[in-house]
Ligand binder design. Sequence first.
Ligand SMILES: [Zn+2]
Length: 302
Amino acid sequence: MIQRLKKLTTHRRPVILGVILVLFTVAFTQWRAAITRNRSIPDEPFQIAGNLYYVGHTGVAAFLLTGPEGHVLIDGGYPEHGPLIVESISRLGFDVADVRILLNSHPHSDHAGSLRALQEASGAELWVSRGDADVMSAGGRADLALGPARFLWFLGALRFSPPRVDHTFVDGDTIRLGPIELTAHVTAGHTRGCTSWSFPVAVQQDTLLAVSICSLTLFPFVPLNSARYPEIRADYERSFKTLRSLPADIFLASHTGWFDLHRKRRAQAESEHVADPFVDPEGYRSFVDRAEKVYLDRVSGQ
Ligand SMILES: [Zn+2]
């Protein structure tokens, strides 16, 4: 009886494997379609303060800084976000063709995914930190975040269409476009060239300093003693120091949840000036403190 059963399952093995493969393919396709749908939810563009606008979608930020000699766009979101960002820019009354400079926090597919499409739509020049330029030009390939599972890039993980890198910069460099002036702070660790941006924004009679934090997240697959990135710990420690040294008034970051964008957006309705809820130096400092605690726990656990 057992022998017959064995014979039957051996005989049917290709059929069973085929069914499993079909089920897996269907599940994988559904999962990818659900992700694309979720990432394609449009978000309301709005003014944060002065010439600074929010044009991001689905939790990943994109900021537009407008000026008389053209605009600057920071980050491009997921690959699905390109057309949504273009639409957000035009809903605010601006033209994507006036975007002259594209900047990026770091070359992961949730922040660099549509930079190529945005570059094609605007004709803007892209500036990338020297530490991230290679990963950007390779569409995310060989990213440290994948750890030893680098083959996952070929299956689409952290993969995006590579934009043209027009210029590179190093820590402390300033990028100007007419009256717009941004300082690059290379806060490395999450990637080798992870860039936080600081820039002044004129609000009423005041000038406030906006700081957009790149990322301080440490991926679980990334070892802190890897030969591929031996200076990772020194970089993280320097990044916490750099961010603490900046007198941020307006707290921004590459993910909207980190600086509570939607709550602050709602609070604008009751504020005297739109910028008020976004002036949040305490939120900025406590975000850096919490990120450092997570980092130190990981270091002591290793
Ligand atoms: Zn990232």
